[in-house]
Design a protein around this ligand. Structure first.
Ligand code: SF4
Ligand code: SF4
Length: 474
């Protein structure tokens, strides 16, 4: 017998539970508070698997084994993890398609990968209704081939609401395709919020509108500096007004992107949100770091992040999946990890539902049945690669060329976590964000590690578990 390699432990002295230890297994997600004797027992079997045990110790180990804290041998555990990643890759329960309806945007955020800061992207790709019809054809073929239980359509951009005809067309047509096949459909919209109206929500609601994610990049003044209109005007007040108008009609998630210049304004933003009449209607509030194009002489204080396409424009990396569903931490230094934990704790303190910093992945790049479609119909493994045509894995019209075939092959064999040795966070991290590894490390097959962020997340979960236990006792 051996302790599982996926056990993490947090001593609870500082949480007022002297001698007790919080144990979590990231593979089974089992969580338990145990005495230091139990932890001692785990340490003893780690150093001598053939230890003579008392009946009481055997019983304790048997309980721990039921929850995955103890395994027969590490090799078998590694084999199970490999099987887990294969299952994630081949999982047919859900088909996910993210459609970038346009790369155009009405904002001029200087960190955005889609933004062309010379012309503010007004000439960028926009999906035509003809392409949208072919996207729907292609998606129907995938629905047939995969036969999923559910289908998630995510409308993304640029600013997806700048192309409402395509958004409405895809929603209605794919809804009918799902109804005909008995598949449950959900629509997510990721928008800057400026064009979000009750009419848009009401138009998408009959087709399974699940949630709308809106970005606020700090308090009023900070957001207006970070996310101005093309003409430089602020957008904060208008977005808040729009959220207020639709908060009764759909699930709203507030996301945001911070850097060193804006992170300290997040407590003020959270206080402001807490005072709003729609505060208790927010389904999730979760923020993450900005990924920036690395500049050799970046001023001190900039997060040295990610991402340049062949045309010199920054790639994504600000993973759109993260605030909505969990996932990316997409950053590259301890500043990011510390600040991520800081913002998450501030969000929790105010009682908003948020991500816990541990249950983050594996993200959609590890799933064969998750696709991203650019406005021209090119396919990508995840939204973070859409700025880089050399990373396209195919096309909705079925065309293949050497570049696409090569890209598809390399995404299929992604397994950066295999280089993570016996890290306890492999099942929830999978080796980190592939986009960040590709752009920061020049190799998408290497881990992009933010272990300290996961560790901070576990400490937070442990404190909450200890507080719950204390409340039960008292
Ligand atoms: S690889 Fe990175 S950007 Fe892409 S889905 Fe995963 S976390 Fe997000
Ligand atoms: S990237 Fe870091 S935290 Fe993630 S699994 Fe690898 S070693 Fe662990």
């Amino acid at each position: 017998m051996q302790p599982s390699m996926f056990n993490v432990r947090v001593p609870l002295e500082s949480a007022g539970a002297s001698g007790d230890v919080f144990l979590m297994n990231t593979f089974t997600d089992a969580q338990v508070i145990v005495s230091s004797d139990v932890v001692g027992l785990l340490d003893r079997i780690a150093s001598d698997p053939d230890l003579n045990l008392t009946a009481e110790e055997q019983s304790a180990l048997s309980t721990l084994s039921e929850h995955g804290f103890v395994v027969n041998d590490r090799q078998a555990e590694r084999t199970r993890v490999e099987a887990f990643f294969r299952e994630v890759r081949e999982d047919t329960e859900q088909l996910r398609v993210t459609v970038l309806t346009t790369l155009q945007c009405n904002f001029a955020c200087d960190y955005c990968f889609q933004g062309d800061h010379g012309d503010y992207n007004k000439f960028a790709d926009k999906m035509t209704l003809d392409t949208a019809a072919r996207v729907a054809d292609w998606t129907e073929q995938r629905l047939e081939a995969v036969a999923p239980e559910s289908f998630v359509l995510t409308l993304f951009g640029g600013e997806p609401l700048l192309n409402l005809p395509v958004a409405y067309y895809l929603a209605e047509r794919l809804w009918n395709a799902c109804v005909a096949r008995g598949v449950r459909m959900m629509i997510n919209v990721i928008t800057n919020g400026l064009l979000l109206t009750p009419e848009v929500v009401d138009r998408l609601a009959p087709y399974g509108l699940n949630g709308v994610k809106i970005t606020l990049d700090g308090d009023h003044d900070t957001h207006n500096r970070m996310r101005p209109l093309r003409g430089g005007q602020g957008t904060f007040d208008k977005i808040i007004e729009n959220v207020r108008k639709v908060a009764d009609r759909c699930r709203i998630t507030i996301g945001g992107n911070f850097d060193e210049s804006s992170v300290d304004s997040y407590p003020a933003l959270l206080d402001y949100l807490k005072e709003q009449d729609f505060a208790d209607k927010l389904a999730k509030v979760a923020f993450k770091p900005i990924i920036r194009e690395p500049k050799p002489q970046a001023p001190k204080g900039f997060i040295p992040l990610t991402a340049v396409a062949t045309n010199g424009k920054p790639l994504n990396g600000t993973c759109m999946t993260s605030a909505g569903g969990g996932t990316s931490i997409c950053g590259s230094c301890n500043f990011v990890d510390e600040k991520l934990a800081f913002v998450r704790e501030e969000t929790k303190k105010r009682g908003f539902p948020t991500v816990d910093g541990v249950h983050m992945g594996p993200c959609e790049i590890h799933r064969s049945h998750a696709h991203t479609i650019a406005p021209d119909g090119s396919l990508y493994a995840c939204p973070g690669f859409t700025g880089d045509k050399t990373q396209s894995t195919g096309h909705i019209d079925g065309r293949r060329d050497d570049l696409r075939t090569r890209a598809a092959t390399q995404f299929e064999r992604l397994a950066a976590w295999k280089e993570c040795n016996d890290c306890a966070f492999i099942p929830v991290c999978a080796g980190g964000c592939t986009v960040a590894a590709h752009t920061e490390l020049g190799n998408m097959h290497r881990p992009n590690c933010h272990k300290s962020s996961f560790e901070a997340g576990v400490v937070s979960i442990a404190r909450e578990a200890a507080a719950r236990e204390l409340a039960t006792i008292n």
